[in-house]
Write a protein that binds this ligand. Structure first.
Ligand code: PAF
Length: 303
């Protein structure tokens, strides 16, 4: 199928053979897994993949197995035509957009469970089963596309940790590239779910970034106690009317284990609800100095 001028593949067999052909012709295969409704964050992943790989597949699949009961599976925004145009512009070679029947012909069967230490904390606490759904569909995509490299955004830091661990533990021959958070001008991390926010909600949501900037300021000024940094962040978030904090955690980005300090290589992560919209965001303290990655868009992503 051609949408815009982009080849859209819906069948697993077809995707496998197109990817194999690219590999046989000596191209490095890159995969950008997405649930569609592409935004600048996704496009930055596609551009990065296009810069490093001779063939880039973008998957667009709203994966039902990673949504819990009462979550937004039905209302999740979808627009394949828009996605294919954007993916093509950003340098994708094909869009893989299978239906649910194609991916799960008998419903969810065999699944991938990442270790509970990794999935039972942060987002996993309020979304049981979510990371099993993610790990399972990502492994399926890896088995279908067989990419040399796969690109993920660090906004979903826990997802990145789960995927990296799965790849390590199950010996999946793919290199995982974790790319910086991309933000709106006012600092809000890009997300397909931002479309759910009302204009007031949108303005309330800015507190999440403000709290992370506060954490950055504290860390840069030498305040490295995790409790103190969290307290500074809570002060800002608790003032934001209509915003409910789900968690503020300072953890190791690979193991998701809580840290008592916010020093080198600490991940400072937030989840909050504004109206019915769940927002997540984070910053990563650099390993070299007390500098924090992911500045505002336009100021430069400095990872
Ligand atoms: O990050 C996402 O959009 C999804 O969790 C992913 C990785 C595409 C799996 O469905």
């Amino acid at each position: 199928m051609l949408v815009n001028n982009m080849r859209v593949i819906t069948g697993i067999k077809d995707m496998r053979s197109v990817s194999k052909e690219a590999r046989m012709s000596g191209k490095t295969v890159g995969l950008v897994p997405t649930m569609g409704f592409l935004h600048e964050g996704h496009l930055s992943l596609i551009r990065a993949a296009a810069g490093e790989c001779g063939f880039v597949a973008v998957s667009v699949f709203v994966n039902p197995t990673q949504f819990g009961e009462g979550e937004d599976l039905e209302s999740y925004p979808r627009d394949l035509e828009r996605d294919t145009g954007l993916a093509e512009e950003a340098g994708a070679d094909v869009v893989f957009a299978p239906g649910v029947e194609e991916m799960y012909p008998d419903g969810a069967g065999t699944v991938v469970h990442a270790p509970p230490g990794l999935t039972g904390v942060l987002c996993g606490r309020s979304r049981p089963g979510h990371f099993t759904g993610v790990a399972t569909v990502v492994l399926k995509l890896f088995n279908i596309v067989a990419p040399d490299r796969a690109y993920f955004g660090r906004k979903d830091a826990q997802q990145c940790a789960v995927v990296k661990r799965m790849v390590r533990d199950l010996d999946v021959p793919v290199e995982i590239k974790v790319m910086p958070v991309v933000r709106e001008k006012d600092g809000l991390a890009m997300s397909s779910r931002n479309t759910y926010l009302s204009p007031e909600g949108r303005s309330t949501a800015r507190a999440v970034h403000k709290a992370l900037r506060k954490a950055e300021e504290m860390v840069c000024s030498g305040i490295l106690s995790a409790d103190e940094v969290k307290a500074g962040m809570y002060k800002i978030l608790n003032k934001a009317e209509g915003l409910e904090v789900e968690y503020i955690e300072i953890v190791d980005p690979e193991t998701m284990e809580a840290r008592s300090d916010a020093g080198a290589n600490a991940l400072i992560a937030v989840a909050a609800r504004v109206g019915g919209t769940r927002l997540i965001d984070n910053i990563l303290v650099s390993s070299e100095q007390w500098m924090v990655s992911d500045r505002r868009r336009g100021v430069g992503n400095d990872e």
